[in-house]
Design a protein around this ligand. Structure first.
Ligand code: GRF
Length: 221
């Protein structure tokens, strides 16, 4: 008998193109999990429309209605836990999280960040990579720990930076990769193959390198 399907809660703030890739992968069976809820901190985010179109439960919790980061994170945590998720998936959720919140989901919260972590934590990563004259840029799926964009890397995809690259053109190339690697990493988690152990990411019981596994186009195993 197969183990029961995992439950995911996805947190978003914006367009939700990564959410869409995850929805598609749960619907076509490549991620063996169900999305129990999509929670957003902005009521006009397009990702909410995507979730509703897929028939998913949506919730909005606006950070503007709370006096402090701590209070917002407490309310968010209470809302998430109503759905008893096995994993919390940050998909363009543009909030810095409190240590208490992060600890509560330790080992079961993933994020996608548009850079080759540990390079370029934080914002404006495409611009920074171009200004530094880097030849390549990329995107990383990682476990979330208390250190911003600093948790153990799981999976990375790389793209070349061409001579006439703009932050916009680079962002578009990176998004194509995001939509491949996030469903792939979530699939591993849902299959029980991906775990965090003492601040290290492990896939199939092997410790992943500091950069994480390197994604090759079209590889979805
Ligand atoms: C992506 O670039 C992701 O890496 C970053 O925020 C963006 C979200 O895009 N964390 P979308 O809302 O999934 O389209």
């Amino acid at each position: 008998m197969n183990p029961p399907e995992m439950s995911l809660v996805v947190l978003i703030s914006g367009s939700g193109s990564n959410l869409q890739a995850i929805i598609d992968a749960t619907q076509n069976g490549s991620i063996p999990a169900r999305i129990s809820a999509v929670i957003c901190n902005k009521e006009d985010a397009f990702g909410l429309t995507r979730a509703a179109n897929a028939g998913l439960v949506t919730e909005v919790i606006s950070h503007k209605e709370y006096d402090s980061r701590e209070q917002f994170d407490k309310a968010l945590q209470a809302k998430i836990d109503q759905f008893s998720p096995d994993a919390v998936i940050l998909a363009g959720f543009m909030r810095i999280l409190t240590p208490e919140f992060v600890k509560h989901y330790s080992g079961r919260m993933l994020n996608i960040h548009p850079s080759l972590l540990p390079k370029y934590r934080g914002l404006n990563t495409h611009q920074r990579a171009i200004e530094a004259n880097d030849h390549e840029h990329g995107v990383t799926v990682h476990f979330v720990t208390e250190e911003l964009d600093g948790g153990p890397n799981v999976l990375q995809a790389r793209v070349p930076i061409s001579s006439n690259e703009t932050p916009e053109s680079l962002a578009a190339k990176i998004l194509v990769q995001e939509h491949q690697i996030y469903p792939r990493a979530i699939k591993w988690f849902a299959q029980g193959r991906l775990k965090m152990n003492q601040h290290q990411a492990m896939l199939d019981q092997e410790i992943l390198s500091e950069s994480g596994k390197q994604h090759v186009d079209g590889d979805f195993e």
